[in-house]
Design a protein around this ligand. Sequence first.
Ligand SMILES: *Cc1c(COP(=O)(O)O)cnc(C)c1O
Length: 411
Amino acid sequence: MDNSSHRAGTLVVTLGRDPHANLGAVSPPLYRASTVLFKSVDAFVNEWNDAPRAFPYGRLGTPTTFDFAEAMATLEGGHRSALFPSGLAAISTTLLALLGTGDHILVPDSVYGPVRELCDAMLPRMGIRTSYYLPGSVDSLRSEWTDRTKVVYVESPGSLTFEMQDVPAIAQWARANGARVAMDNSWATPLLFKPFSHGVDVSIHAGTKYIAGHSDAFIGIATATAEAWPALHAAAMATGQTASPDDVWLAQRGLRTLAVRLARHERDGIMLAGWLQRQPEVARVLHPGLEGCPGHAIWKRDYLGSSGLFGVVFKFPAAPALRNKWSALDSLLERLTLFGIGASWGGYESLVYPSYRFLKRSAGQQADVQALIRVHVGLEDPDDLIADWQQAFDSWRSDYSSLSHPEGVSA
Ligand SMILES: *Cc1c(COP(=O)(O)O)cnc(C)c1O
């Protein structure tokens, strides 16, 4: 089918799906396979090639994974996509593909936490060095540059602190200095940011989040330019990275509703972020799509919309009498009934995440990001979501009234 004139909302419905090749079934069948049989030795031997739908053995993909990978490559505007058992596997394999002994990688200080483990614990064993740069500063990136810098990693907005990065400026610098750019594009999904129009070489998604969209599957996707694809593909094949067809099938099913889900996540996310910003205990909200928030200008210039994930910085109550310094914030989150406490995001249900318990920075950070939480706005009725926060604040204020009184607050 020629999709070239279709918009994203149509493409997520039509891509990677051919009913009349499947007895008319609207949703494609699920192909699970390890062994694939051939009628001749020649046919079997010839199937071991790099063609997009080569099917010699299930680890290299099945029709289910080929369909989804092609849909993702088209949506992202890249050459081809490789699928992985998790977002983190897509990241680690991309870095292994692009780096070698003696190389140096620049990583933003706001990177998804587990990537730090990879860079600090695993890569040094292969003689690969990591420096962390301030995510909002191209100057910081330049000052950490070495003649062995081969990859600049970007994640915009950053995990937990939501700094926006100037991806075109970073990519321009990297290109001019002989390095490739790998980007974690999970927050924006393929619909809200177009990495290959902004100079990125490999775009990575934790499809576990918005793309699968139902908190029940793991999938990673890495899409490359034609130039970067052979290295990425070779690394994925050599390390046996493969995605379960069952999870890929769930991801392609999630893709069908991605555009409508995102529109709702965006609308209600902006609404709740604005409401939280007006609460006296809130110092500021970190939502790039909300006017007045940090990074809004870059978001407006480069992004096509926002998703439903943002940060909230509290005026932390100075509370020497409390058991530990986080008791007041723990207690606020535990009073919410529609916002579950848990990791991940991008599903249909609302979540809060106690970032203040996990935040880790090394290149410097502002002091007031300490009392930080992350909110994921799900698909529940927005009036119920506001009412849930209202009841949580009401009972919390009465229990912690001395703390939430202005004198008890240290901004
Ligand atoms: C969750 C997450 C990942 C990792 O995805 P998994 O599928 O859980 O491995 C990567 N990047 C970001 C920004 C994430 O939030």
